[in-house]
Design a protein around this ligand. Structure first.
Ligand SMILES: Nc1ncnc2c1ncn2[C@@H]1O[C@H](COP(=O)(O)OP(=O)(O)OP(=O)(O)O)[C@@H](O)[C@H]1O
Ligand SMILES: [Mg+2]
Length: 189
């Protein structure tokens, strides 16, 4: 589904990624492990179009998406859950979820969006209970669930999760990872 081929990327003259190659098959969870500063977030940002790359190819369903703008990459079916969640902290849970569907938000898609919201609420029932709460006041674990829910609203086929367990209690990590595994099962060929 995703094939990264000899990718290099730099911040100015500081090269972070050098000839990185990785493959992600359909329906599989692939983890990237590395020390702080190794370049994991940079790699994910390169895939989602948030990072300018120097060379290499990023093949998604056999088309090279390297260098395409982020909004196009989302439309192709790749969503990122960024490190640190990056929620719209002053908006409600519900509004954050709605914004995940921004690129196909129109009247004719109202029913689909409603169904999707029902689906993410089913995965993370706490978010439905907190739907009117301001996102910035949620607990860390709830915020991570909301960040994932928002990404799922974009209709992704490939989900990029950057540090989904960061700063979260083990029990809640288990809950979040159960949902991630459920997504894997739903997408397995
Ligand atoms: N916007 C930026 N400008 C300059 N250097 C940056 C920028 N973002 C990241 N870097 C540097 O690039 C390197 C890789 O950073 P990156 O965030 O990809 O690491 P990481 O593997 O995700 O680390 P962590 O485990 O701490 O999240 C680091 O040395 C970092 O300081
Ligand atoms: Mg990182």
């Amino acid at each position: 589904m995703l094939k990264i081929d000899k990718l290099s990327a730099s911040y100015g003259s500081f090269r972070v990624l050098k000839d990185v190659s990785i493959q992600v098959p359909v329906g599989k969870i692939v983890s990237i492990i590395g020390t702080n500063g190794a370049g994991k977030s940079t790699l994910l940002k390169s895939v989602s179009g948030l990072m300018k790359i120097n060379k290499g190819r990023i093949l998604y369903k056999d088309q090279n998406i390297a260098g395409r703008p982020a909004y196009r990459i989302v439309s192709l079916g790749i969503s990122q859950v960024p490190e640190g969640r990056q929620l719209f902290a002053h908006l409600t849970v519900r509004d954050n979820i709605h914004l995940g569907a921004y690129h196909y938000y129109k009247k004719s898609n109202r029913l689909e969006i409603k169904e999707r919201i029902g689906h993410v609420y089913q995965m993370f029932p706490i978010l439905e209970k907190r739907s009117k709460q301001i996102a910035g006041t949620l607990s860390g674990g709830e915020q991570q669930m909301l960040a994932i829910a928002r990404a799922l609203m974009a209709r992704p086929e490939l989900l990029l999760l950057d540090e989904p367990s960061m700063g979260i209690a083990p029990l809640i990590v288990r809950e979040i990872f159960d949902v991630i595994q459920l997504l894997e099962c739903q997408n397995s060929p």
